[in-house]
Design a protein around this ligand. Sequence first.
Ligand code: BLA
Length: 314
Amino acid sequence: MKASVIGFVGLPLPFTQRPHYVSQRKELHSTPPARYGIAYMQASTAGAKQVLSTDRASKLPWTETIANDECPLFFMPFVEHQLSITRELPGLADLPFDEHLSYQKSEKPVARIESWAWKSTHFRKIRATYIDAGYKAQVFNSVWYPNPSYEHPLLGIDFLSFGKKKVLCVMDFQPLSQDKNYLEKYCARVKGIKEKYEGLSGTMSARFYDEAQFFSRQLVFAKFDNPGPIGSELFPAFKEYVEEYVNMIMEASPDESESSVSRVLQLHKDYDQYSAERDPAIGLFSTYWGKEWASAFTHEFLFSDSEPISEEQH
Ligand code: BLA
């Protein structure tokens, strides 16, 4: 029997649940002002075909791995849940990007990677990526960037499984400032959620990132030697974090002042640069799809406000 997503998590997917904010939300400013016309995605390669995430997302979920090892798609329920929330967002629209960045497959080793991106009235960019290389790698990675009239944290998600015994899960309301009041106001609110899930309160290493920049103390951080907790702990925690995050942004009062918007945009840019320079995934992308594609994917899709740094600066 082929492994099934639902069989693994053991829960019916929450398609029919309407997010709690839908009934609660206040009528907010309808469309973002024109000055948000920043580079949501890096300029596409001239003439490259652009794709729409909505079309491709309608073909989800993937139900079995592309590799020949029957590995369950551990994080596909997370993609589906996130999609069900995203689809309800007011003002949802595709963020078109180059086709070659949206999907790639490799034969040796067998792997595929697909990505999606949208914007909405409250979010300037919501991007998500799934990697399926069977047991070798299962990854769900996503970042939510609010419109720059909100100084709020970004929602960062990085869930990975390598081999049969290595699961790494990181999720955070990623703060744009380490100011005590900022952290208290925007990040501390998930403390109650995090405390419910004992297995998710590990500490990140200093191997790749600096925990004092763009991370908070409410970071969900977990390493497991088996996939069990993905369904029992991570999935419910993920649903609660996403709901809390979306509610926080939808209920916030935007600051449209030129000074605030440009300050926040600069911080998003700093986040993208910081992340692009530290992201350990670049090696993984290179292994499957080559160095050039890895660099384009990183700087044009994942962290599209980042600039590549030269080899010497590395
Ligand atoms: C670690 N993330 C990692 C590692 C890989 C990725 C390969 C190293 C795992 C290890 O060898 O221990 C993979 N990162 C990816 C992939 C993508 C990516 C596949 O961006 C893109 C598709 N990383 C993020 C985001 C957060 C994040 C948004 O991209 C924030 C929640 C966190 N990833 C994060 C942290 C670590 C990590 C903190 C280091 C874990 C440690 O301390 O060891």
